[in-house]
Ligand binder design. Structure first.
Ligand SMILES: Nc1ncnc2c1ncn2[C@@H]1O[C@H](COP(=O)(O)OP(=O)(O)OP(=O)(O)O)[C@@H](O)[C@H]1O
Ligand SMILES: [Mg+2]
Length: 173
């Protein structure tokens, strides 16, 4: 939570895009006895991943290849977007949880400002389909995704170091 160019509150949970990939791998292993690689799980996420089911989710699908655990042979299945949404539900819920927790722990005046400023999502994971909609629904606040979510944190940290206005801001924690 940033207020008056400083850190008003900070909370962190180690849930990023890689946790979504792991969740997809576990889902496929659990439901199809199929072992898939990290790269395959990430491809599925990028191609059809979604933070929630939509009316189209049953009609969007992709193939997944891996090794059948029981038979030890290569095997291929089809996964729908609805299934991928179910698979990533847990990490998505953890993100929602930490955001809600941060809002609960913020001083009332600052929390009130969030109604206008809203939430800005960063990180590649914020490009997951529907994730900002889910966060908007769960918090009742406006949510936007940063313009360059994959690089904005590094770029912003660099600018913060260079701009005297923010002197000391990165030392606050
Ligand atoms: N279009 C996309 N949809 C979903 N995920 C994406 C997309 N593009 C990149 N990613 C994911 O973003 C992640 C890399 O970016 P980054 O590490 O910045 O994000 P993050 O893991 O969400 O957040 P952080 O690591 O800052 O907590 C990878 O997991 C990558 O798969
Ligand atoms: Mg990451």
């Amino acid at each position: 939570m940033i207020s008056l160019q400083g850190l008003a509150y900070c909370e962190s949970a180690r849930v990023g895009g890689d946790k979504m990939d792991e969740a997809i791998s576990s889902y496929v292993r659990r439901n199809y006895n199929l072992l898939i690689g990290e790269g395959t799980a990430e491809r599925v996420k990028l191609e059809i991943g979604s933070a929630k089911r939509t009316p189209e989710s049953d009609n969007v699908s992709t193939y997944v290849r891996g090794r059948d655990v029981a038979r030890g042979v290569p095997s291929e299945i089809t996964l729908t977007q609805a299934q991928v949404a179910d698979a990533v539900a847990e990490p998505v819920a953890r993100i929602v949880h930490v955001v809600r927790s941060a809002l609960e722990h913020t001083q009332p005046e600052i929390a009130a400002d969030v109604i206008d400023a809203g939430i800005t999502m960063t990180g590649g994971g914020s490009l997951l389909r529907e994730i900002s909609t889910v966060l908007e629904y769960e918090t009742g606040l406006p949510v936007r995704v940063a313009d360059n979510p994959l690089t904005c944190v590094a770029e912003g940290a660099g600018q913060t170091l260079e701009d005297p206005t923010y002197r000391g801001a990165l030392l606050a924690i």
